[in-house]
Write a protein that binds this ligand. Structure first.
Ligand code: ATP
Ligand code: MG
Length: 466
């Protein structure tokens, strides 16, 4: 008969969080898993009800793979018969396994005494998190969120990965609804807050830019309420306004700030080289990944690094060692038959589209600059206007042609005037046309929301490579 802990959710999680000695659960090093396929042995398996899948369907699989304990809902547990009991099948029965995961993570985090840095904002969270972690890792043992694990599940899972060897934690915090930042903060209790910027994200839920600012700057208020410090991107007026009354603010980003960048040059693949000027001197820097905006992101990461006592050499080594690998590759550049393809199809909103456009307009190019724009989704009521202004921008920037794909991007096509060479609703037709049109020396920017699957165009062109 499996061991069942029938308690109220709080008590039950409290038992876990208290890490009683003995037993076969890794009480002191909880490895929390929500995907049974990741179980290697000894983990806590949280059975979560998703939109398409119910983790409870995988409880048996989790035990077969060696899970030490399954955290399941009371509702599911009471519906089951004897078949769910067996040797080593230990259950923690709770009202809501998601809350249990968050509470367990919160209790566990409370035992961590090193600084926890929460990174939120509209654009560039993952990139900034990777940069901050890379810089700090030159001096400290850093635990950071993996990839894009930044939501109400990713944040607690990340926190549960903290180990006694870690000296600091860098946690990405992503939201799309009002109130979510407060929830993430209640779990992560960050001592330091860093918001990248306020931009056009999830406007269908957050309303407008002021709504985004209100929701994101919950991080500032939370950090401030515990006497913590905020790293402020001074270039963002909404962030600067929200940081107005805070106790401890470390600003960065202003062109005349203590830390600023000079002599910025992008190479043919969009990778920036620049001089990072700090109080005591200058650091020459070259990043391994594309994007003009990453100069600004570097300033943020360097500011955090200097704050925590990293030397200029450590800051340089951290930033220059960072490679766009694993789960955070964004603006990818490859060549196909002499055409340089800037594949930024990971996601899109007007801010990140602007950054990508600025980048490709700045890199040296002997041929034509051509852009494919897919719909930018989740913009709510501002969608029409956002697509229209992007088309206008294309008409003003040194692009030779714009092709659009989707439904809403048709508005960009109309406003781009003579530069718009066609609107498509089929990937295949668009790909065929591009293959005919593109010539060696051209530069192609692919940008669109993930849902538009423009990576198929990138893959189609890549396969054409000789
Ligand atoms: P997500 O909401 O998916 O977690 P994110 O905030 O983590 O996104 P990244 O994945 O780091 O952001 O980058 C996404 C895109 O944002 C990049 O492709 C890039 O074009 C853009 N971006 C990165 N940094 C900035 C910045 N400082 N300002 C504006 N855009 C940026
Ligand atoms: Mg991210």
């Amino acid at each position: 008969m499996g061991m069942c802990l029938e308690r109220t959710e709080l008590e039950a999680v409290g038992v876990l969080a208290g890490y009683p000695e003995g037993g076969d659960v890794r009480w002191c090093n909880p490895v929390a898993v929500i995907d049974s396929r990741l179980i290697e042995g000894g983990e806590l398996f949280f059975a979560l009800q998703g939109e398409r899948m119910d983790g409870h369907d995988f409880v048996q699989a989790a035990f077969d793979l060696g899970a030490a304990c399954a955290i399941v809902s009371r509702e599911w547990f009471s519906r089951q018969g004897a078949s769910i009991h067996g040797e080593g099948m230990r259950y923690l029965v709770v009202h809501d396994p998601v809350k249990a995961l968050q509470q367990l993570a919160g209790s566990y985090r409370a035992k961590f005494t090193g600084p926890v840095i929460g990174i939120g904002g509209s654009n560039g969270k993952t990139t900034t998190k990777e940069m901050v972690a890379a810089v700090l890792a030159e001096k400290y043992c850093v635990h950071a969120s993996k990839g894009n694990l930044n939501n109400h599940l990713g944040v607690p899972l990340t926190l549960l990965g903290l180990r006694s060897c870690h000296e600091m934690a860098v946690i990405e915090m992503g939201i799309n609804h009002p109130g979510e930042m407060a929830l993430l903060c209640s779990v992560a209790k960050p001592d330091f807050g860093f918001l990248t910027n306020i931009g056009h994200e999830h406007l269908e839920f957050l309303g407008d830019l002021d709504g985004v600012a209100m929701a994101e700057t919950e991080l500032y208020r939370d950090v401030d309420s515990r006497g913590g410090t905020v790293f402020l991107n001074e270039l963002d007026a909404r962030l600067a306004a929200a940081a107005g009354g805070l106790q401890h603010v470390v600003p960065f980003g202003a062109p005349d700030g203590k830390l600023h960048a000079r002599h910025i040059v992008l190479d043919a693949e969009g990778r920036p080289s620049f001089t990072l000027c700090h109080e005591d001197g200058e650091i020459p820097l070259t990043l391994n990944f594309a994007g003009r905006h990453n100069v600004h992101n570097s300033l943020g990461a360097a500011t955090v690094g200097f704050f925590f006592g990293c030397s200029p050499l450590e800051v340089r080594r951290g930033l220059e060692s960072l490679l766009p690998e694993g789960g955070w590759k964004r603006l990818e550049v490859f060549e196909a038959n002499g055409v340089r393809v800037f594949n930024d199809t990971y996601n899109a909103n007007p801010d990140s589209a602007l950054m990508a456009m600025k980048t490709v307009c700045e890199v040296p190019c002997s041929g034509r600059r051509i852009m494919v724009l897919g719909d930018m989704l989740e913009l709510g009521e501002s969608s029409e206007e956002a697509h229209r202004s992007l088309g206008e921008l294309v008409s003003r920037l040194p692009f030779h042609a714009l092709y659009t794909y989707g439904g809403q991007a048709a508005g960009s096509c109309r406003s781009a005037g003579s530069k718009c060479r066609g609107h498509f609703t089929s990937h295949n037709r668009l790909l065929e046309l591009l293959k005919q049109e593109l010539e060696a020396g051209d530069l192609l920017l692919l940008k669109g929301s993930r849902g538009m699957r423009l990576e198929r165009i990138a893959e189609g062109l890549r396969m054409e490579r000789i």
